[in-house]
Write a protein that binds this ligand. Structure first.
Ligand code: GLU
Length: 287
C-alpha cells in the first residue's frame, strides 16, 4: 500500500506536549504502514508566526528522531496552488465573493452559531449587491456528509446547516486553513491524516471542499487530546509550555503514554522502536 502521512504544525509557537503527541502518532502510523511521513509548515497566517519558529519546530522533531522522508514544505511558499484552486471553484460557480463584515454577519446569523463561530447566513450567495467583495467563500449544501474516523468511528454533518458557506480567502488577504490544507493534502498525495482531536470538527468542511475540487478524500484518524493539569486542552493559545527536550526519550515516552501505548527504553531509538511495535495494538485499532 502507498501510504503517505504528514505532520502539519502551525509555527505560531514551539511544539508543546500535545503537538508532540500528534507528531508521534502521525509518524508511528506511517512507520507501521511502511509509508512515507512528511512535515508541512502551516504558516499561511504568517503575521501570527514568529520568525524562526519553523526552524525551532524542525529541530525539536529532529531531537526526537522524527525526521521527514522528504524535505519539509512551507504553505507560505505555495500560494500559487491555492490561487489556482480558488480560480477553479469560482469558474465552476462553487465559490463566491462576500462583502459582509463580521458585524453584518452577526446581525443576520441570529442564534446560528457553533463553537463560537457564526453560521454564515448566505447573504452574498446571490451576489454582493454592488458591494466590494472582501472574502471568498465555498458554496455548501445540506447533503448529509458521512465519513468514518479511524478512532472516533462513524461521523456525519450537514455543512450548510451547521457551519455555513465557509471562508477560503480571508478579508485580510490570507488563505484560510481549510483551502490550504485540502489543496496540500491532495497535491502531496496524502493518504492518511493523523492529527489531534481538536481538529476533528474541520473534517467535514475539508471533505466537502475535496468534493468541490474533485480531489480524493484521505482516511482520517484523530488522536486523543492531551489535557493540562487544569483539565483544559494543551494549546499554544492557552499558554502550553514549550516541550522540554532535555531528555527527548522521556518526552517521547510521555507522548506514547498519552496515546495509550506501553513503551520501554531509555534512548530515543529504543522508545520509538517499542512504540512502532505497540502502535498496531492501540486501543482504537480494529483488528
Ligand atoms: N496546522 C494545524 C495545526 O497546527 C494542523 C492541520 C492539520 O493537521 O490538518 O493546528
Amino acid at each position: 500500500m502507498d501510504y503517505r502521512g504528514r505532520f502539519a504544525p502551525s509555527p505560531t509557537g514551539p511544539l508543546h506536549a500535545g503537538s508532540l503527541v500528534a507528531a508521534l502518532a502521525s509518524w508511528l502510523d506511517a512507520r507501521a504502514h511502511g509509508g512515507q511521513w512528511l512535515v508541512r509548515i502551516e504558516d499561511v497566517d504568517l503575521p501570527r508566526c514568529p520568525p524562526g519558529t519553523d526552524t525551532l519546530i524542525l529541530e525539536q522533531l529532529a531531537r526526537c528522531s522524527l525526521v521527514p522522508d522528504e524535505p519539509p514544505s512551507w504553505q507560505s511558499r505555495r500560494s500559487a496552488l491555492y490561487e489556482a484552486a480558488l480560480a477553479r471553484l469560482l469558474a465552476a460557480g462553487q465559490a463566491y465573493g462576500c462583502a459582509c463584515t463580521r458585524r453584518q454577519i452577526a446581525a443576520r446569523a441570529g442564534p446560528r452559531a457553533r463553537n463560537g463561530e457564526l453560521v454564515y447566513p448566505g447573504t452574498c450567495r446571490a451576489g454582493t449587491q454592488g458591494r466590494e467583495p472582501r472574502a471568498w467563500r465555498l458554496r455548501t449544501d445540506n447533503e448529509l456528509l458521512r465519513w468514518t474516523d479511524r478512532r472516533l468511528g462513524p461521523q456525519s454533518q450537514r455543512v450548510e446547516d451547521e457551519v455555513g458557506d465557509f471562508v477560503l480567502l480571508r478579508a485580510d488577504g490570507l488563505w484560510a486553513y481549510q483551502l490550504a490544507v485540502v489543496v496540500d493534502d491532495a497535491e502531496q498525495d496524502i493518504t492518511d491524516v493523523v492529527r489531534g482531536e481538536d481538529l476533528a470538527d474541520n473534517t467535514p468542511r475539508q471533505i466537502r471542499l475535496q468534493a468541490a475540487l474533485g480531489l480524493p478524500t484521505p482516511r482520517y484518524l484523530h488522536t486523543p487530546l492531551v489535557l493540562g493539569e487544569n483539565g483544559e486542552k494543551l494549546s499554544k493559545q492557552n499558554g502550553a509550555q514549550a516541550l522540554d527536550l532535555t531528555d527527548p526519550a522521556a518526552a517521547l515516552g510521555r507522548a506514547a503514554e498519552a496515546l495509550g501505548l506501553s513503551v520501554s527504553g531509555n534512548t530515543v531509538g529504543d522508545v520509538l522502536a517499542s512504540a512502532v511495535l505497540a502502535w498496531p495494538n492501540a486501543s482504537w485499532t480494529k483488528a
